[in-house]
Design a protein around this ligand. Structure first.
Ligand SMILES: [Zn+2]
Length: 368
């Protein structure tokens, strides 16, 4: 049985620098934001802007492991300027020109035994579905899954999609120190591929006790600023180099925070094996079918890179067709998700419309 302390330690690593916000958007009645929604036009046409990276939490599920919103963990840093109500959330979305959010819950249940993990995820999936049903024109959601029990995760993903109308799964970039490319997780990837739904990968942190974590101490919030994108970089690299994307070529993956550092420096992944062939047995890039950067161009990435130039570079490396908007709401990282796409050099109107919402609508089954 996992203790509350173990959960808090796990979640502290997973959620470092983040803060939970109450899903009082779970209220049954549709909430109405005050004021006017900012509308985004591209080439004279109204675009439905869809944020694929927005968080919430379900207190009822957290209570099962003795956690509560407002616990004194790194997940609830008091200096963060949180907006806790659905009306506040809708107001912020309206102000920022976000028409819809795809809600996700950062995993804190990866150490839970099977029955408890199932209960947590089922409660969350029901509540996420209720939140979406209360404001169906503003929210869709990803299922939560107990990835530490891969067969059960596959089962709950299917239940979430078919029974609750959820649009995919949100998972961590690692599970209790194990890579999500490990063959033990293949049942989950097989299910995601067969359902044709998006898997949103969000970092869990690089581990509270790892050697690299020690180097993140001190000024700068480095465990998050560097550690989170680094974990996504590692996770996506393993999915490529361990052959997961060969085995499940139809799986749709979206990497948080612009895919971490991987799309910033992808050519090195193509060259590494030729410099050390003994480290890559089985072929020019090890036993994988394509050049690593080709896999990079089949995954999706949110545009949480904070600058128009960052978006331009992402598009140049992976293709504008692979980008979707992300805000990390309610964590106060950005209020200019739309602006960085509108201001990115070199994009066509069609590119901008796709990044702002067209591509996410297709991936998440949203009518535009
Ligand atoms: Zn996030």
């Amino acid at each position: 049985m996992t203790t509350r302390r173990e959960f808090l330690e796990t979640s502290a690593g997973a959620l470092a620098g983040l803060a939970f916000v109450g899903c009082d958007l779970l209220a049954a009645r549709p909430a109405r934001a005050q004021g006017r929604r900012r509308e985004t036009m591209v080439g004279g046409k109204r675009v439905k802007v869809i944020d694929v990276h927005a968080h919430c939490a379900v207190a009822e599920a957290m209570a099962l492991v003795g956690m509560k919103l407002g616990d004194p963990t790194p997940a609830t840093r008091p200096e963060l300027n949180m907006i806790t109500s659905v009306s506040g959330r809708l107001r912020a979305m309206d102000e920022q020109g976000i028409d819809m959010e795809a809600l996700s819950i950062n995993p804190y249940w990866y150490k839970a035994e099977r029955d408890l993990a199932k209960q947590i995820c089922q409660i969350q999936n029901e509540k996420l579905a209720a939140a979406c049903a209360a404001n169906p024109d503003r929210f869709v959601a990803y299922a939560t899954v107990p990835l530490q029990h891969p067969e059960l995760a596959a089962e709950l993903l299917e239940e979430g999609v078919k029974k609750h109308g959820l649009r995919g799964a949100a998972i961590g970039g690692s599970v209790n120190g194990e890579e999500i490319s490990d063959p033990k997780f293949h049942p989950f990837w097989a299910k995601a591929e067969s359902l044709g739904v998006l898997v949103f990968i969000h970092p869990q942190g690089t581990g509270v006790a790892s050697e690299i974590s020690n180097r993140f101490k001190g000024n700068g919030f480095l465990d998050n600023v560097i550690g989170n994108p680094l974990e996504t970089t590692i996770a996506l690299s393993h999915l490529i180099f361990d052959g997961t994307l060969d085995k499940f070529p139809g799986v749709k993956i979206c990497g948080a925070h612009g895919g971490g550092y991987l799309p910033s420096y992808p050519a090195r992944s193509d060259i590494g094996c030729s410099t050390q062939p003994l480290r890559c047995p089985g072929g020019p890039h090890g036993a994988i079918k394509k050049k690593p950067t080709e896999y990079l161009k089949q995954m999706y990435y949110d545009t949480m890179v904070f600058s128009p130039e960052g978006v331009r570079h992402l598009a140049a490396e992976v293709g504008a067709s692979q980008l979707v908007i992300g805000t990390d709401y309610p964590y106060p990282w950005t209020t200019t998700a739309v602006e960085v796409v509108m201001g990115a050099p070199g994009l066509s109107d069609a590119d901008r419309a796709a990044i702002l919402g067209g591509t996410a609508a297709k991936l998440l089954g949203i009518k535009t």
